[in-house]
Ligand binder design. Structure first.
Ligand code: GLN
Length: 393
């Protein structure tokens, strides 16, 4: 019998709840510490909230210009000039309601029915359903743990005359790794040789702990006219609920991307745009957040090392991953995560949930570190005690 849901797109009816929602739900139900879904527990910087409150009382709350407040588009361009040496102007920037909307706009604007899109596994969960909904096929190319390196031969083997785009998430969620300079050059070469668009999800660009400044794929030779760079104020300012993001591309491309945006959300709350523009202009704000997250990252890594957990290399993002196999835990990641949240009161993300295609690694779980130090200490203590219990059956 046909159910009401059968009348809807199989792209969505066949999908489970996202792993982030699921683990946060379990954490709420059981009162667990939530190191699953990535968000800071602390409020965003006071200066940012103050700027938003000020904008509420002094600025218009009606539709702002569709492509974003000119002041924010200028601020985004200036931010990237200062932070990454990129030469951008207002016309390169389209403001969106979060990076997820920016990803949707990019895919909808780039991809045609029947196209193929290279997606690297592990992949943020938004990409593949959106590619499918656009009538195209995601073609998964695995990154190999523990370092999650790009494999040029595998990428080239996945290309067909129908390949239209690649989605590159750098730094990489969930692993927290960063593409090497050689990787970026190689990806750019392939994009140019095969006339591909690169959709560059770079929302973790400011959350790097390797002391290096972020290099955008957009800055590689030949990419200026074929890269769409995506950024997020939520990540820069630790304000995930704000949902202010942007698309960056050559002005001719940005003008078309704006047409996808105009029929998805049309505009983004202007009060938040004003505040983000102020925040981007003050380098002290991201610097203070970076210090806070460096400390929380070290607390998690040190705690896990001391408790003898094997942690995979991570140079960026709010995440660190435990290698269960190398730790001597013989559970798969999904079982580990389900049991840990119920039995130990700590929510994590099993990385296999972000994997499609062959040979999903099932021995890696992701933990979010941007939490108060006491929370991290308590979570690591729970993990260590629970693991001891595992040993005794
Ligand atoms: N970006 C968040 C993470 O990786 C998840 C956001 C969401 O729940 N969709 O944890």
């Amino acid at each position: 019998m046909t159910t009401p849901a059968d009348r809807l797109s199989p792209v969505y009816t066949g999908l489970p709840l996202t792993i982030f929602e699921r683990m946060s739900g379990l954490a709420r139900e059981s009162g667990a510490i939530n190191l699953g879904q990535g968000f800071p527990d602390d409020p965003p910087p006071q200066a940012l909230s103050d700027a938003a409150v000020r904008a509420f009382s002094t600025r218009s709350q009606q539709y702002p210009p569709m492509t974003g407040l000119p002041e924010l588009r200028d601020a985004v361009a200036a931010f990237y000039a200062r932070e990454q040496g990129l030469d951008l102007a207002r016309d390169h920037v389209v403001v969106t309601s979060g990076a997820t909307e920016a990803v949707a706009c990019a895919i909808l604007a780039v991809v045609r029915p029947g196209d193929e899109v290279i997606v690297f596994s592990p992949a943020y969960d938004v990409y593949a359903p959106m590619v499918r909904r656009a009538g195209a096929t995601p073609v998964f190319v695995p990154l190999a743990p523990p370092l999650w390196c790009y494999d040029e031969a595998r990428i080239r083997a996945a290309l067909t005359p129908r390949t239209r785009a690649m989605i590159v998430n750098d730094p990489l969620n969930p692993a927290g790794t960063v593409a090497s300079d050689d990787d970026l050059a190689m990806l750019a070469r392939i994009a140019c040789e095969h006339d591909l668009v690169a959709i560059c999800d770079e929302v973790w660009e400011t959350v790097r702990f390797d002391g290096r400044r972020h290099r955008s794929l957009l800055a590689e030779p030949g990419m200026e006219s074929r890269a769409i760079k995506i950024g997020s104020a939520g990540k820069i300012f630790g304000a995930t609920g704000w949902k202010v993001g942007w698309l960056i591309g050559a002005p001719e491309m940005a003008a078309v991307l704006a047409k996808a945006h105009q029929f998805l959300t049309f505009t983004t709350p202007p009060m938040l745009q004003w505040a983000v523009a102020e925040g981007l202009a003050d380098p002290a704000i991201p610097r203070a957040l970076h210090e806070r997250w460096s400390a929380s990252r070290l607390a998690l890594l040190n705690g896990l090392f001391e408790a003898d957990f094997a942690v995979t290399a991570n140079a960026a993002t709010w995440f660190a991953c435990i290698d269960l196999a190398a730790t001597g835990i013989a559970l798969d990641d999904a079982t580990f995560a389900e049991r840990l949240v119920r039995e130990a009161g700590v929510a994590t993300i099993p990385v296999s949930a972000l994997w499609e295609g062959d040979a999903a690694p099932t021995h890696v779980v992701r933990l979010c570190h941007c939490k108060p130090l006491a929370t991290i200490e308590e979570a690591v203590g729970r993990l260590a005690r629970w693991r001891e219990g595992l040993g005794h059956g």
